[in-house]
Design a protein around this ligand. Structure first.
Ligand SMILES: [Fe+2]
Ligand SMILES: [Fe+2]
Length: 449
């Protein structure tokens, strides 16, 4: 019996019998009684003129979003899931792409879905409809929105950690959140991905319904058979955000938020493509190289080049001053006795490819992750690196330190990294989720324009 069937036989039946249909609780696979929409919406891929909306369903459905600028949705238009020609009707996740939006503009929306009975190419019908009565809202990216972001990383499907992070983020109320990778572990099924992104077992089920998330993948996020196509749950960014040459770079982003330009890079796996553990199923080398021309062009865009602050995000660090940390280019299988791990703790290849471009552009800060240990590494402008680097914390809520290569360490705690432009400075506050205290503060001057 799979998990859905189990829920259908147990919890859903009990809740239905009680007459209490709780919103966003996972209920039965379609048995005529359960809810069709089983999650709050998640805002994905914050951008100036588009927005992704994702939500989970319990059975075959054809989802849509009603979106408009009026709170009563009297001007709303209906956008269906998927692209042109056919919709993306399916029985798990509705992915709706809102396009043609105005920058720095507030929109209101609701989600809905038709229940579909499909028995063949000429034998399909609507058997019901469900709309979430809640009107949600978002503001598109652009120069006119407050420059404030939060970053989380390495949550690794730990709901205790993720729950704490979402509560802190709600209190800080940023314009957007960057989820800087390793949200997952090794996901073999879409259902398990839904439990991480769309129906997490946390208090704040609608954590991303009114607050846009930007996803910057980590090495774990492409592991497992379902992880290889995470875009079925966490959609790729809109094609109009990049040149046709870069059609496959669906995770990179260059987004303007007030005085800040945010750049997203994907460091990919922490093991070499040649490592026999992965049987030749990864192609990080070509991927990293393809991002060079994308980055070069992104840094020249008007909305990016004119921003006083340039902040880049990537999962694996681009710099490390610890000579025992594996730089990720140790052929053929990542092992060398000089290093504490047989996988990359930082990415020397990516640093060589992207670092000079970020330096030339006057990037002040790179926010990275992956090491499960909060660190700050200052800039070295004379050495060709004008950007400082913050490495976000770990998923553990204690000093357990069971990750390979790490001993128990008091610096092991989850973080929310908050960035905000105030009085002509980019102020960074590192929140320690274990103690609830502020761990560190940093301040950056505008870059010369
Ligand atoms: Fe991690
Ligand atoms: Fe990682």
């Amino acid at each position: 019996m799979d998990r859905r069937e189990f829920i259908g036989a147990g919890a859903a039946g009990a809740i239905a019998a009680s007459g209490l249909l709780k919103p966003f609780e996972a209920l039965a696979k379609d048995d005529g009684d359960g809810r069709l929409i089983i999650s709050a919406p998640m805002l994905q891929n914050w951008a100036e003129t588009s927005m992704g909306v994702a939500f989970a369903v319990s059975s075959m459905a054809n989802g849509y979003v009603l979106v408009g600028e009026r709170e009563d949705l009297s001007d709303a238009r209906k956008v269906v899931c998927g692209g042109f020609r056919v919709t993306d009707a399916n029985d798990r996740v509705m992915l709706v792409r809102l396009t043609g939006l105005k920058p720095s503009t507030r929109y209101y929306y609701r989600i809905g879905a038709d229940r579909i009975s499909y028995q063949g190419g000429y034998k399909m019908k609507k058997t019901g409809n469900e709309e979430d009565p809640t009107v949600y809202s978002f503001t598109t990216a652009g120069k006119g929105v407050p420059a404030s972001f939060c970053v989380i990383n390495d949550t690794h499907a730990r709901m205790d950690t993720f729950g704490l992070a979402t509560e802190k983020i709600a209190a800080l109320a940023p314009s957007c959140v960057v989820w800087n990778g390793d949200a997952t572990n090794v996901q073999e099924t879409i259902e398990s991905q839904v439990e991480i992104f769309l129906s997490p077992a946390i208090e704040r089920k609608d954590y991303a319904a009114n607050l846009p998330y930007i996803f910057c993948p980590g090495n774990h996020d492409c592991r497992g058979w379902a992880g290889r196509h995470l875009e079925k749950v966490m959609m790729f960014r809109q094609p109009e955000e990049r040149a046709s040459r870069d059609w496959d770079l669906g995770r990179n982003f260059a987004v303007r938020m007030g005085e800040v330009a945010m750049i997203g890079l994907d460091t990919a796996e922490d093991k070499l493509d040649s490592n026999p553990r992965f049987a030749g199923l990864f192609s990080s080398v070509a991927y990293r190289e393809a991002q060079v021309e994308w980055l070069r062009d992104a840094l020249c865009r008007e909305e990016i080049v004119s921003a006083p602050y340039l902040v880049a995000f990537c999962h694996i660090p681009l710099f490390d001053d610890d000579p025992t940390h594996n730089p990720g280019d140790i052929a053929p299988a990542d092992f060398d006795p000089r290093y504490t791990t047989d996988y990359a703790l930082w990415q020397r290849t990516c640093a060589g490819l992207w670092g000079p471009l970020l330096h030339a552009a006057g990037c002040q800060l790179v926010v990275s992750a992956h090491q499960h240990k909060y660190r700050f590494l200052d800039a070295d402008a004379e050495g060709g690196r004008c950007w400082a680097q913050i490495i976000g914390g770990s998923p553990e809520l204690g000093l357990k330190g069971k990750h390979d290569g790490f001993a128990p360490d008091p610096t092991r705690f989850p973080t929310v990294i908050e960035g905000k432009v105030e009085a002509g400075r980019l102020n960074i506050t590192v929140h320690n989720l274990l103690t609830g205290a502020v761990q560190d503060r940093f301040s950056f001057a505008p870059r010369p324009l």
